[in-house]
Design a protein around this ligand. Sequence first.
Ligand code: KG4
Ligand code: ZN
Length: 361
Amino acid sequence: MRSAPAGNPSGPVLGIETSCDETAGAVLAPDGRVLAEVLLSQEEHTTYGGVVPEIAARAHLAHLPRLVREVLDRAAIAAKDLAGVAASSGPGLIGGLIVGSGFAKGLALARGLPFVAVNHLEAHALTARLPGLFDPPVAFPYLLLLVSGGHCQLVEALSVGRYRRLGGTIDDAVGEAFDKVAKLLGLGWPGGPQLERLAAHGDPVRLALPRPMRGRAGCDFSFSGLKTAVAQLVAAYPAGPLPERDAADIAASFQRAVAEVLADRAANAMQAFAHRHGSGALVIAGGVAANAAVRGALERIAESHGFRLLAPPVRLCTDNAVMVAWAGIERLRLGWADGLDRAPRPRWPLDAADMLPAAGV
Ligand code: KG4
Ligand code: ZN
């Protein structure tokens, strides 16, 4: 079943994000101005030390209708005056994806609006193109380093819908490694921001931790060995909380190791990119892009390769609905909308054939 036909959006677009543990809605004008944004980080998971999929889905179901009403009210727009509805439709936790994309389809059907099934990774990838963010605005092609709780990959962004994956993690995602190491250090969840705060007081060169994959050809990553090395360090202490000084030194040493590995892998990607397109922009996205040590290391390596490092503000790097609405606008402008029978996909790589309309619409 088709949704209303797409076209250059003449009015605002509603974006909905429910792929993990953020329930979020945003209304964007066709020129990318944020008219309203509401974001709810589910706290239901804190006691479990990680996202519980079933709880996440139920929380999306409980909060999303009210949240969409609120964001439309704040934007002072009626649903019938929207130019489209875009929802994260994968990859992610299937329960949340069903809730968000089902809600978006229902609204699109009821109001005769085009529906856009947004690939969550593409939404991260296209955030840097949001008007007003960078001067000059980032143009295709560019290099993307996506570093989040569920993803760690280097990708060439060639145009909307066209991506070349250069490499990715062979085990843990980098945010997952931050979260696991934070847990080993007795920190709460999500661990990345807390680990960064602890690391600020630590000595990053005190402990010799491995740099997995550093110096190897290609753009793949591995973090499980690094995490295991930290686990072994921690296991050498008697049970109970670690001495504060040691915990801070471990955190700082781990963070330094991650930053160096990311920079090393990004260097290979920049070389491959420059070979094909010349030097350009290295865009970072995902929650780990909030980390100052990671940003610093990437800034230095980008500069030494003649690339411009573009790091969107933190609130746009972590999961949000502004990026989903913007991805919707980018697609609608090309005349791309999706059928209402389009099923959400828990796995949906950026280079999948159905990222382009010929196969998907
Ligand atoms: O992109 P995101 O909000 O959600 C997805 O995973 O899609 O990323 C969340 C991840 C978590 O693993 C969190 O610990 C990590 O990003 N993170 C950080 C920092 N802030 C968030 N990791 C290191 N340093 C930070 N400041
Ligand atoms: Zn994400």
